[in-house]
Design a protein around this ligand. Structure first.
Ligand code: CS2
Ligand code: MG
Length: 402
């Protein structure tokens, strides 16, 4: 069996997606997601110019060997561009293997560990009242877990506050828009949101919050401590994770569970945080961390330390990633939660899929492979549109972490 052709499809049904389609000489094909929000075309070139020429003629059944070939063979290891390209190949190959075997990917991995996948949605609002209402509507939709973000008085476009209620989309401009940040104001405000949420809805639902890399370790520790009475499911990206020692300081001061990893690419980014038991949830996902083959290694390492998975699932990860992730989640023993930001109806149409949402959980179907396809004719109607994530600046103009 041989890989006969592979091509990259770029489409923008409301937002940009990069998809790799691998075709075999036996008529079976597989697809993988290679979307890197705001830097999409770098991965397109990486795949078209440097990966696809090597793939032609290879045996698509050798998933592990092809993974090692692309990782070791590049010499330049890791990084978001390389690892997204590897992930797209890997995901497409698992799709092909599933189709060949007549089995869904979760069965190839070892079978079901659970029926439904608990997901969390994003509730946000311009102020506390609006966010409290938004959380209420997620509860009405059946969600068991909800991420809550709110606008902060005095901060221009605080992180996490979108325009739409269901389709929060941060990459919103042809050049990065400028948002503001002020840690003091956020620290005054965020605990009040959770106080109000618990007073309004009680403690039956899981609540989550994303710090989006904004706080210093000391500030993050302070926030975690202030949030303790509200029993969060997790506090995410409370401080940047390049210097992982920083999490020691946070950990020493708070029992609020910590989640990190949506921008990690490999097990090497996760290793110290996991082995030193500095986090509770690892946020790596299929597209971000080298596909199913590599994510499995990360989850197995995490399991040794009772760290659970909590895969990134923002709208910039295509339905292909969502499908593959849900198969992974259906199997992985140390599953925690899955993020689920809904895609727009246009996106769902371009990527027909068999996963579905019901009562706060997602369910995968039994279609062989990962169960997500791409309608290429429809995809061609939505050409690429440059779109960037915002940047953040402090009041005096200093660049901060968006
Ligand atoms: C966020 C993301 O979902 C999350 O937790 O941090 O929305 C993130 O900002 C985007 O994926 C960036 O592309
Ligand atoms: Mg996040």
């Amino acid at each position: 069996m041989k890989i006969q052709a592979a091509r990259v499809i770029v489409t923008c049904p409301g937002r940009n997606f990069v998809t790799l389609k691998i075709e075999t000489d036996q008529g079976v094909y597989g697809i993988g997601d290679a979307t890197l929000n705001g830097r999409e075309l770098a991965v397109v070139s990486y795949l078209e110019d440097h990966v696809i020429p090597c793939l032609i003629g290879m045996d698509p059944r050798r998933i592990e060997d092809i993974w090692q070939y692309l990782y070791r063979g590049a010499y330049w290891r890791r990084g978001p561009v390389t690892m997204r390209a590897i992930s797209a190949v890997d995901t497409a190959l698992w799709d092909i293997k599933g189709k060949m075997a007549g089995m869904p990917v979760y069965d190839l991995l070892g079978g079901r560990s659970r029926d439904g996948i608990m997901v969390y949605g994003h509730a946000n609002g311009g102020d506390i009242e609006e966010t409290v209402d938004a959380v209420g509507s997620y509860i009405d939709m059946g969600y068991k877990a909800i991420r809550a973000q709110t606008g902060v008085p005095g901060i221009k476009d605080a992180y996490g506050v979108g325009r739409g209620k269901l389709f929060y989309e941060p990459a919103d401009a042809a050049l990065p828009s400028v948002t503001g940040w002020d840690t003091r104001k956020a620290l005054n405000h965020v605990p009040k949101l959770f106080e109000k949420l618990r007073a309004t809805y009680g403690f039956d639902h899981h609540l989550l919050h994303d710090g989006h890399h904004r706080y210093t370790p000391q500030e993050a520790a302070n926030l975690g401590k202030m949030l303790e009475p509200y029993q969060l499911f997790w506090l995410e990206d409370c401080t940047p994770a390049e210097n992982q020692e920083a999490f020691k300081l946070v950990r020493q001061h708070t029992v609020t569970p910590l989640a990190v990893g949506e921008i990690f690419n490999t097990i090497w980014d996760c290793k110290d945080l996991i082995q030193n038991q500095l986090i509770d949830f690892i946020r790596c996902t299929v597209v971000g961390a080298g596909g199913i083959t590599h994510l499995r290694r990360i989850a197995d390492l995490a399991a040794l330390y009772q760290v659970r998975t909590g895969s990134h699932g923002a709208t910039d990860l295509s339905p292909v990633t969502m499908g593959a992730a849900l198969h992974f989640d259906t199997w992985v023993p140390n599953f925690g939660i899955q993020e689920y930001m809904r895609h727009t109806p246009e996106t769902d149409e371009v990527f027909p899929h068999d996963y579905r949402f019901e009562a706060g959980e997602m369910f995968v179907g039994d279609t062989p492979g990962h169960g997500v396809d791409i309608d290429e004719t429809l995809a061609a109607k939505y050409p690429y549109k440059p779109a960037y994530l915002p940047v953040a600046r402090l009041e005096d103009g200093t660049m901060w972490n968006w």
